[in-house]
Design a protein around this ligand. Structure first.
Ligand code: GLY
Length: 564
């Protein structure tokens, strides 16, 4: 009997698909790769690449497609950042972050006693910043794309006009937010069946959104920031005493900015600068960690987690103090990302035990979850690489659909520091660097990043997750560069997060063995397993020697890596 069983097990070893290994195997392709949080959108990207479009064309097509097929986070009513590395060596970024309306002010989210009222910055009309996505994507397409707007927007128009079948996840997510969606007649009209929730398998058609996309297709940014769409946005604002005016819309400009650049163990890091904190915090953490033997101390060991946690605390403490919109506040970018500065800060980094965050700063706050942004990564046949993170902040933003235009607005105003010491929905603190000011962009944590090896793109990576975006990106970067995981293994590996305040390591449930957690607790760390997961990375790794692109969507989500 035993012999039969062992022969069966041996046979199984040879014939059964190695499931755990298969789950950690990236998608492989020769010519192009698109990894996004939604399979429809990834397929749109590949369709554009196959038509001869480059990675920027595909990125813009994917961005508009996500606004239709992934409206919880994909958007035209929000903002984002695009990091580009062209095959000829040029690197650049597009900042299309939302901005505060001209009539915004620093007390707009406080009550008469001066207390911060989170519902004002998180829910409803006042929570909405002036959208930037359309301006940014149109500008990137004009400057770096090869195809015309008609071609690039057509897949999104088709999805909206002809509809698509709803996945289980899409229907489920809509149901989860039904109460908020029903509060606004325009949202109920666009996202319910006359008040009843959509079900898996339903054909979901968005005629108003299709018309909005067609106006953008015809007129570019003017199809959104002027004329009918602008009129509809302003009419929506008036229904709820929102602040956004026609002037706010007409004066919105996306900005092409140089990226944040640094190095880590000989690899070059290209990421997003202000108004994102992402690139600066990522670079500061990498600089702090560089002298330590991360590979030697091992993935997931208490030593490695302790070390990374101390680096996270120091960088997030700097985020709260120094980071905001660089057009309004003198963010000391050069110093924050320099090796010298990291060497000075490293004096505070005790790798043997927890240094209480209060010794590095102050405050005690509670953090909420956030997974309400989305990332996508693209590489084309020429080797152009694009890394985009885009957001309407919370899932379905402020939950308000612009009546007649068919898209959700953002609640990005909550990313400002409404009051020094008062945490936003991600538990993040800030001060004057990130205070509300008219026309200012709110600080972001989005970290679209491209890692170069020997001067060529090697890893394209980014994530949603509010404050946890930057630490999720850090972990995948270290998993690939230090622990030598393939991109799927790096993506699947358990994650943790520390953001200085609150002074707690959040870790994924069942992510780390009990003895690792006990070791960390013995060294003074407070550990809190988290209900949900951390980050949703969509990444591509390039094997230049063998001519392969490897794509991996995060198993925490339901996206797709599609290559050809
Ligand atoms: N709204 C999330 C972020 O920009 O960081």
């Amino acid at each position: 009997m035993m012999k039969t069983l062992s022969s069966f097990l041996i046979l199984l070893l040879f014939v059964a698909p190695p499931l755990s290994v298969a789950a950690k195997r990236p998608v492989r392709a020769k010519h192009g790769m698109v990894v996004s949080a939604d399979a429809n959108a990834s397929n749109v990207g590949v369709q554009i690449l196959k038509k001869g479009g480059n990675a920027v064309d595909a990125a813009v097509a994917v961005g508009f497609a996500l606004a239709v097929t992934f409206p919880g986070a994909g958007n035209i009513g929000g903002g984002g950042f695009m990091v580009i590395r062209m095959a000829d060596g040029r690197t650049t970024t597009f900042d299309y972050r939302e901005k505060a309306p001209a009539s915004a002010n620093s007390t707009m989210f406080l009550d008469e006693k001066g207390n911060f009222v989170p519902s004002r910055s998180q829910d409803g009309y006042l929570a909405c910043g002036v959208p930037g996505s359309v301006a940014g994507m149109v500008m990137a397409l004009e400057r770096y794309g090869k195809l015309d707007r008609k071609t690039v927007l057509q897949p999104a128009v088709d999805f909206a006009a002809k509809g698509f079948r709803l996945s289980h996840e899409f229907a489920d997510e809509l149901k989860a937010d039904m109460r908020d969606i029903l509060k606004y007649p325009s949202s109920a009209k666009a996202f319910t069946k006359e008040g009843r929730p959509y079900d898996e398998g339903d054909l979901f058609v968005q005629k108003d959104l299709a018309r909005t996309l067609q106006r953008i297709q015809r007129k570019g940014r003017d199809g959104f920031y002027r004329g009918t769409t602008a009129d509809l946005i302003v009419a929506e604002m008036k229904r709820g005493a929102g602040l956004i005016t026609k002037d706010d819309l007409a004066s919105y400009v996306a900005v092409e900015r140089p990226p944040i650049r640094g190095t880590y163990r000989g690899y070059e890091i290209v990421s997003m600068g202000p108004p994102s904190s992402g690139g600066m915090v990522l670079m500061e953490m990498l600089n702090l960690l560089e002298p330590f033997d991360i590979a030697g101390s091992g993935f997931g060991s208490s030593k490695t987690i302790g070390l990374m946690t101390e680096a996270m605390k120091l960088a997030y403490a700097d985020r709260a103090e120094f980071m905001g919109d660089g057009d309004f506040y003198p963010v000391p970018v050069g110093r924050l990302i320099s090796k010298d500065y990291a060497a000075e800060r490293r004096v505070l980094l005790d790798s043997s035990k927890a240094t209480p965050s209060r010794l590095l700063g102050h405050g005690a706050i509670e953090i909420k979850e956030g997974m309400h942004t989305t990332h996508y990564s693209i590489v084309d046949q020429w080797g152009n690489a694009v890394s985009v993170t885009t957001t309407i902040n919370s899932w379905y933003g402020n939950k308000i659909v612009v009546d007649g235009a068919g898209f959700f607005l953002n609640n990005e105003m909550d990313d400002f520091a409404a009051k020094p010491g008062a945490p936003n929905q991600f538990g993040l603190l800030g001060g004057s660097a990130n205070s509300v000011q008219p026309n200012k962009r709110m600080l972001s944590a989005m970290t679209p990043t491209i890692v170069l090896k020997d001067g060529q793109p090697y890893l394209i990576v980014g994530s949603p997750g509010g404050s946890t975006i930057i630490t999720s990106v850090l972990q995948v970067v270290l998993n690939v560069l230090d622990h030598r995981m393939n991109v799927a293994e790096a993506n699947e590996a358990p994650r943790f997060h520390h953001q200085w305040m609150p002074d707690t390591i959040q870790c994924e449930r069942f992510g780390f063995p009990k003895d690792v957690i006990q070791n960390l607790e013995a060294r003074g760390y407070a550990i809190r397993p988290r209900g949900g997961t951390l980050g949703r990375i969509e990444a591509i790794q390039i094997d230049r020697k063998n001519g392969f692109l490897f794509g991996a969507t995060d198993p925490r989500g339901y996206g797709a890596a599609v290559g050809y």
